[in-house]
Design a protein around this ligand. Sequence first.
Ligand code: PEP
Length: 265
Amino acid sequence: MEASRGVLIAGNWKMNHGPKETRSFAAAAVSQWKTALSEKTRAAIQSGRLSAHVFPPSVSLESARDAFQETAVTVGAQNVHFEEKGAFTGEISGPMLKEIGVGWTLVGHSERRQYFGETNETVKKKAESHLRQGFTAVLCFGESRSEREAGETNSVLENQLKTGLPAEWNQRLILAYEPVWAIGTGLTATPEQAEEAHAFSRSILADRYGREAAVRTKILYGGSMTPENVRDLLKQPNVDGGLVGGASLKPESFLALLEGAGSLL
Ligand code: PEP
């Protein structure tokens, strides 16, 4: 992490936690806030140096918005179409999210790419549309296991970023490097592997948008991040936070991730 960029812990709940569970999660997080988080971490959150986010399923967004209202936890959506309205059965749009006061989106998660046919092209359209509409967009990318084993990691990341990044840089653009082989598998990239991929991705950002924009862009790591490994990962200079699936589903471990990040600030 580079403290001037700020640090971010985001929970991707995937298809977990309906409205009722969302309310229970938030109530538990609120009641444990002061005991689970040190004064230092709470001060980092209060000052904005550390930020906390959850991405519940669409049907739980309003519950999350209400339940986290008095907290510093921000709510985002996992999947939002690039069009603002129209005949897209099953999809939700940016204006709908704005109407319920949700300001963050995830774009191009590997599960969206793998199971729902998202491509670098649709990722780019979504990122551009969401940013234009005023959202903060977290754009996910990363190589598969076979691509890493074939020594293709950098070329895959380069291609995903060159074709998936929005044409214009925006300060509300956040990247999340998520090696597919590490997602939900319990296999975490080593801090060195993460740093290498993050530094390489930042160099692609610099080529595209210039050095200053690249230096200002947060790049999160995702892939079996836990309270146990969060500190080692975040100690890397180019790792600015985590996008966390499994370990974000329980309030205790979500708070422990925040505490791990806060202890480094
Ligand atoms: C994710 O879904 O973005 C993710 C990183 O999942 P997990 O932490 O469970 O590997």
